[in-house]
Design a protein. Structure first.
Length: 112
């Protein structure tokens, strides 16, 4: 189940890359009427993603899940060090996350 969810979260990250400005604006304005059904699905999946990361810590691939969590937490120091560094990090973070999620999926598919 954890490995099948990785496909959904890969889609979520790709959707975020292509709709980043719209999703961020909708989230900041907190106006649900501007959001499409896919946007709302993205937000729900984002919440579920963090539960998935926590659950993944208790699997045999806990190192990759801890790395994914650590990547998210790296955003906070970058934000306080330099806004420019934070913008660069927030733009490459989805790509890095996709790579790690793909590794989790491939490992689960092979070991499965």
């Amino acid at each position: 189940m954890i490995y099948l969810l990785s496909l959904i979260f890969i889609w979520m990250e790709i959707y975020y890359v292509f709709n980043k400005l719209k999703l961020d604006d909708n989230f900041k304005s907190r106006d649900i009427s501007k959001s499409s059904k896919l946007d709302i699905l993205y937000y729900l999946l984002r919440v579920f993603y963090f539960f998935w990361l926590f659950q993944g810590i208790f699997t045999n691939q806990y190192e990759l899940f801890i790395l994914l969590i650590s990547l998210r937490f790296l955003s906070f120091p970058f934000y306080h060090i330099s806004k420019r560094l934070y913008v660069i990090w927030s733009n490459i973070l989805p790509s890095i996350s996709i790579i790690f999620i793909l590794v989790i999926f491939i490992y689960g598919f092979i070991k499965g």
